[in-house]
Design a protein. Structure first.
Lengths: 379, 378
């Protein structure tokens, strides 16, 4: 995908994709949001700020987002997912804010952690609690108090804000809601901010321990600045043999082909590794890879808010991030594999073919929820 | 199985079973331990203390252990696994000691938790570390300093002590060794003591949190006395719908029919519940059921030291314990299902048939690791 250096153009055509599953984005402030146009079949679509959407001719009926690449990046085994630049805001400014936002959400969760839960269902097994919602409101407040002209994508509240902003906040106010509902560690608050579609800063506050011994651990990273846990620099493990590795995966709420494929991968890897854990919170699992206590994590069909922070933390801890077919990753993709790097290729030897099989069935088309409209101010 | 009230008879025939996998018990003090005889085919065998072993005609080529049941017990859905009596030692005495022993082992683990690991392999993926061994030695010392005439079964050191003792200590010095090796919570020290083959007291020290935030949580129970965590009374959850339950299982180190069957159960339950977790430490998972943060846990082919403490803690927290085919459980069985009770039957609707299928293929579910001549009610 060649970089585009043309000056920004105003887009006359709104463009969005319908997620193929039943999740719907609730957005109250964008009346045009539901004006959905058929997916474009142009080989490429050039958008504002030099982002180019193009068909990846290797994928089967899908396409990938491409960001501007430098020559240095193309020489890496796996392309870096972190943003090269952070625009008018420094990486540190963004880092300070993701941390403040995540900690604010975490305060809400900590107060609730020993109280009874008020649970409703978004789907058959997809829970949401009051705490998810209150955590998100608290986080939104922090973000908008500081930057009220950014774009925000929250799990509970959907897409709000200024669609012409370079900055997109991806917020999971309570990752691992089922675990939280049961008082079963771990779960987390995850806040990431993208600059022009690529992770720029990230913070995850993980809830560890359990009843009678709750505690938190805070992971953070800014692009190019390394990854930290409770202020200490962290790094992925050096394990390069699958049979010495401890792996993690997850299974989501939809029980279909991708789910069944991953059950097979779970079985396959349980057979050849030291074990495959299944803990129930994506951001937590990614932070565990960054911390070096597990070697890799993969899952199909996570959402941007599940991944935006975790992937940056893994990369800044020295790990690798791709889609499950080995292709370049962005937070709008429908699969992710994060690892300590050393094992990435070996894992892909099995995960890749299984994923290609799913693609050949027409699944795993990336979801692009970039809704490009003329700027709309927030009430 | 009718209770037998005849006076005790001396048994002339030794009786033990060979574990079918490659794990070998190292026992330096019992020259007869390896004197293994074929499984008896007598329809029933009457042992010391009025215990009767008989064929359960519903099982396929196996048999079940039966203990003397009172009328009250028979009315329960699932037979209690905890010991009725604790003999000459009180339940509290035993409880104090299991706790002291477990905490001593936990100290060894805590000191090691932030240091590099020295790892060797017992099998292809079955790890053991220095810490396992040192923890076990520390625990053994505590037990034998207090009761040097008891029988002890430790994961690392095997069977040692006095086989005519009523008390059998089952020690897992580091349950969840793989997790420990990676610094991945949770793992635990598990110490249980049986009186005549049935759990009498139990303590599990769970390591929670992880790097930069390690902490411990201590679970304990004495038969008839309830279950506790950090001194507070705990109780299983009340969830009675599978679709509202959070479940846990494990897969062990042998990758064969039982393993494959459990992968299918994992898949099946992931589909109908809120999720199935796989954390990697049996004693921990059972304590989580007792704590009420998950609804059930099951696994094939755990060893006595994996289960002896956890099952009592679950039962004393109000939960149910059976084998995975629904039959009566003892720590020498090769499958276990612990739950909050309310869900037990519903889980068995799926777990039972899968297990029966394994039995019909000839998979061995007979007792193992049961010390020869041990005075057991089971």
């Amino acid at each position: 995908m060649a970089p585009s250096l043309s000056s920004p153009k105003t887009i006359s055509q709104t463009f969005s994709l319908i997620p193929s599953h039943s999740f719907s984005l609730v957005s109250h402030r964008l009346p045009n949001y539901r004006n959905l146009l058929p997916r474009t079949h142009e080989p490429s679509l050039r958008l504002k700020h030099g982002i180019q959407l193009s068909f990846d001719t290797n994928s089967m009926g899908g396409f990938r987002c491409g960001a501007i690449l430098s020559d240095v990046e193309r020489e890496r085994n796996y392309r870096k997912i972190g943003s090269q630049s952070t625009g008018s805001l420094s990486a540190n400014q963004l880092l300070e804010l993701v941390e403040a936002a995540a900690k604010t959400g975490a305060q809400v969760v900590m107060e609730a952690v020993n109280k009874p839960r008020s649970i409703t269902y978004k789907g058959t097994t997809d829970l949401v609690t009051d705490t998810d919602k209150r955590s998100e409101l608290a986080i939104l407040e922090v973000v908008r108090d500081n930057f009220n002209d950014h774009l925000i994508l929250g799990e509970e509240g959907g897409l709000i804000g200024n669609t012409s902003s370079d900055y997109l906040w991806c917020i999971d106010p309570l990752d691992g809601t089922t675990n939280f509902a049961h008082g079963y560690p771990s779960f987390a608050v995850s806040v990431g901010v993208l600059f022009r579609g690529r992770p720029a800063a990230a913070a995850v506050v993980e809830f560890v321990g359990g009843p009678m011994c709750w505690n938190t651990r805070t992971f953070s990273a800014a692009t190019g600045g390394g990854a930290f846990c409770n202020g200490k620099r962290i790094h992925v493990s050096a394990t390069d043999q699958v049979e010495q590795s401890l792996l993690v995966t997850g299974f989501g709420y939809e029980h279909d082909d991708a789910w069944a494929t991953n059950i097979d991968l779970f079985k396959e890897f349980t057979d050849i590794s030291r074990g495959v854990r299944r803990l129930g919170a994506a951001a937590v699992d990614m932070c565990h890879v960054a911390l070096g206590i597990v070697e890799a994590y993969w899952e199909y069909r996570l959402k941007p808010w599940d991944m935006a922070a975790g992937v940056l933390i893994v990369e800044e801890a020295g790990g690798s991030v791709t889609c499950m077919d080995g292709g370049n990753f962005c937070v709008f993709d429908r699969s992710v594999l994060v690892s300590n790097g050393a094992l990435h290729g070996k894992l892909l030897e099995r995960i890749g073919p299984a994923t290609e099989k799913l693609k050949s069935k027409g699944l795993l088309v990336p979801v692009l929820m970039l809704v490009l409209l003329h700027s709309i101010s927030i009430n």
